[in-house]
Ligand binder design. Structure first.
Ligand code: HPA
Length: 288
């Protein structure tokens, strides 16, 4: 069933564009603005795509875009399906599996996340080096379809080393350029590399939970990304994950956490974030 759904969605998308994107991008909460910079985009609302659910969370547009970034064909998921919204994992994974079936080879996953590492402050970016799946469910639970991948997928290198290095180098270059231009000199800690811990949500964590995840090795906590990363690795796609650190996690600042703050920080870093995405897409799109 899952395979047939993805195949149907893939055939539908192919019928709507001549482009053959090899790179896909999933835009997280508050990070949708990047989609506006895509040239000649075909926009397809989820309700038109066979099998796709609708995205219900505030700040998520709910459509795919196929267009070009710096001349490189890309397919963009603007608004993802979160487990906390009540979707089952097959629905959460469907867009990524569809991308795999239309020939995408590299997937860039972005998200908003809370920092559990006091060195990483809001407004900085974290290149994901590895993850902790604390969602209490594995998205691949259930019968395995070998057409997607093996029953027991290896998770040794979920996040592609070369893509991580490229993203770090690009972010550092952007940071240096901005400092040189006097744009924001306090941005010397723009980019970090760290471990993303996925939780099912929709509550934010308690301070005790935040201390626990920190002890487990997490640098950031969020409510997405890991199911899609797993689905992508199952199919052999290369994955890059970038978290926008929107807030300090619960108990770290004494302040309560609210969705508005998360969205506002996303908007504040939109320029830098967009520039980073553009450079990474352009590097790999041109065969680099
Ligand atoms: N916790 C979980 N998910 C999040 C957070 C957080 O603090 N901020 C943005 N997404």
């Amino acid at each position: 069933m899952a395979y047939e759904s993805a195949a149907k969605a893939a055939a539908f998308i192919r019928s709507r564009t001549e482009l053959e994107p090899r790179t896909a991008l999933v835009l997280g909460s508050g990070l949708g603005a990047f989609a506006d910079s895509v040239a000649q985009a075909v926009r397809i609302p989820y309700e038109e795509i066979p099998g796709f659910a609708r995205s219900t969370v505030e700040g998520h547009a709910g459509r795919l875009l196929i267009g070009k970034v710096d001349g490189v064909p890309v397919i963009i998921q603007q608004g993802r399906f979160h487990f906390y919204e009540g979707y089952d994992m097959e629905q959460v994974m469907l867009p990524v599996r569809t991308f795999g079936l239309i020939g995408v080879e590299r997937l860039i996953l972005t998200n908003a996340a809370g920092s559990v590492n006091s060195d990483m402050r809001p407004g900085s970016l974290m290149i994901i080096s590895d993850h902790l799946n604390c969602m209490a469910v594995n998205p691949l639970r259930g019968p395995n379809d070998e057409r997607f991948g093996p029953r027991f997928p290896d998770m040794t290198n979920v996040y592609d080393d070369e893509m991580q290095e490229a993203a770090l180098a690009a972010a550092n270059a952007i940071s240096n350029e901005r400092a040189a231009a006097g744009a924001d000199s306090e941005r010397s800690d723009l980019v970090h590399r760290g471990i993303y811990c996925a939780l099912s949500g929709p509550t934010y964590e308690t301070p005790a939970e935040v201390r626990m995840y920190r002890q487990l090795g997490a640098d950031a906590v969020g409510m997405s990304t890991v199911p899609e990363a797993i689905a992508a690795r199952h199919m052999g796609l290369k994955v890059l994950g970038i978290s926008c650190i929107t807030n300090l996690a619960a108990g770290m600042s004494g302040e309560a956490i609210d969705h508005e703050e998360v969205m506002e920080t996303g908007a504040r870093v939109a320029d830098v974030f967009g520039e980073l995405l553009r450079r990474v897409i352009s590097k790999f799109g041109s065969g680099g």
